[in-house]
Design a protein around this ligand. Structure first.
Ligand code: NGQ
Ligand code: ZN
Length: 450
């Protein structure tokens, strides 16, 4: 018998709304079938996975929006970010990440893929336990009640030419041996709410032989693999001149890129790369608000979907923490450059909102490597209840509720959130939010004063 059972007018299942005659049960944190249950609302959606996060960057959101001496770019932003990263210690990271993860859950994200490269202490001196920063993130996710896919990042060089890391990049550094030891330390901690994966920071940061060596190790064999790729034109040009191929092309030719892989950004693609990436089964990890904020460019969404590609969304630098905003701006970017409407819907009568939500669920779930993203028996019990009482949903039925949710809302419509069978947000509030915000404020004030 399930421990709890819920009913709603509509459950989002297999890419469509199902009238909730059958209730959803929850046993040991997973969905089970049952016949009757307590009514929790009108529209119940699976929670959205956030497939790309650098948690510490949340605390500097908004602090890199002032023009510098020359023309600003991704690379000048990166200097600001590096200066900020220097000061963050394990307790700071825990407080920042906990606040961020609470905000994520309230916004409708129920899993986060943390692309974690801030491993060591100042000047790259390892902590007594080299997993200290990783453990801070694991604790933060537990306290906020969000599922975590932790992706420790291998970071070795400062450019395609193999140049050594700068002073400020020392905290990111590993060799393959040390990196594998970190994975071995973290792997036994996995449970329903914590999945381990790996990341290569970028082709800039990982030489070819190190990539091969890591991917050949036993521990790395079945884990999700994430990599930043082709985000900036400068990176594409450097890759072409040193490796003789564009980044995505090079990776597809030199690694067994398949559904285990997530290529984060993949912004600058030729038509041929777009097609090959789509057919590889890898997830394109799109982060539209960060990509806009950093001046990256636009991903070729329509050709990628048409070639059968899979994508999900991430909040990356956390300039915004909202699946609604990521999906909305994913679509709006396409409209602005193509001068067409309803781009993500590829067949007549398809709703853009439902196409975006379902595709991002599928891609985010694949990227996270966890059994999530479905309101179906056996999956982890993660769900969102939309606010029936919102005027925005007046006279909206199941055909258009997700479009109104994604495109018309400025106040969030996510009223209640369950993760792993536990209510984390009820009536827009998270149980721990006040104490967590207080700790966060203390840390950010300390960092600002330093
Ligand atoms: C990062 N962020 O690792 O945090 C990167 C910037 C880099 C984004 N690419 C640094 N959005 O790529 O070298
Ligand atoms: Zn990133």
């Amino acid at each position: 018998m399930p421990h709890a059972a819920f009913n709603a007018d509509f459950f989002w299942q297999d890419g469509a709304w199902r009238a909730g005659e059958a209730a959803l049960g929850v046993t040991a944190g997973r969905f089970a079938t049952t016949t009757r249950g307590e009514r929790i609302g009108r529209f119940v959606l699976p929670g959205m996975p956030n497939l790309h996060s650098h948690a510490f960057q949340r605390a500097m959101a908004g602090l890199a929006e002032r023009r510098g001496p020359g023309e600003d770019s991704f690379w000048t932003w990166r200097e600001t970010m590096y200066a900020f990263a220097e000061a963050v210690d394990p307790d700071d990271l825990k407080a920042i990440a906990t606040q961020l993860y609470v905000e994520m859950v309230k916004a409708g994200y129920t899993q986060v893929c943390e692309f974690h490269y801030l491993h060591h202490g100042p000047r790259g001196v390892p902590y007594a336990d080299p997993a200290t920063m990783s453990l801070a993130l694991i604790e933060a996710a537990k306290e906020a009640g969000i599922g975590l896919t932790l992706l420790p990042v291998l970071y070795m060089t400062g450019g395609f030419d193999g140049r050594p890391l700068t002073e400020r990049q020392q905290r990111f550094r590993h060799d393959v041996g040390g990196f594998v030891r970190l994975l071995e330390r973290l792997a036994p901690l996995q449970d329903d709410m914590f999945t381990l994966g790996i990341a290569l920071h970028s082709l800039r940061a990982v030489p070819e032989d190190a990539m091969r060596a890591l991917l050949a190790t036993g521990i790395a064999k079945d884990l999700p693999v994430h990599i930043h790729i082709a985000e900036q034109i400068g990176e594409v040009q450097d890759c072409l001149s040193v490796r003789g191929a564009r980044p995505v092309e090079w990776l597809l030719d030199h690694a067994d890129v398949d559904a285990r892989w997530t290529l984060v950004h993949a912004t600058h693609l030729t038509a041929h790369e777009t097609d090959r990436l789509a057919k590889s089964g890898a997830v394109a990890g799109l982060c539209p608000t960060t990509e806009a904020n950093l001046g990256d460019g636009l991903f070729p969404l329509a050709p990628f979907i048409d070639a059968g590609g899979t994508f999900g969304v991430g909040s990356d630098s956390h300039i915004s923490v909202s699946p609604v905003e990521e999906l909305r701006w994913l679509e709006y970017g396409q409209r602005l450059v193509t001068r067409h409407r309803n781009v993500a819907a590829r067949v007549p009568e398809e709703s853009v909102g439902t196409a975006l939500w379902q595709r991002a669920l599928d891609g985010g779930t694949r990227a996270a490597g966890a059994d999530i993203g479905r309101l179906l028996e056996g999956a982890r019990a993660d769900l969102l209840v939309l606010d029936d009482a919102s005027p925005l949903l007046a006279a909206r039925d199941e055909a258009d509720v997700i479009d109104s949710f994604l495109f018309a809302g400025n106040t969030p419509l996510v009223r209640d959130v369950m993760v792993g069978g536990q209510w984390r947000v009820r009536d827009f509030a998270h149980a721990g939010e006040e104490a967590i915000a207080r700790a966060y404020r203390g840390v950010v004030e300390k960092l600002a004063a330093a």
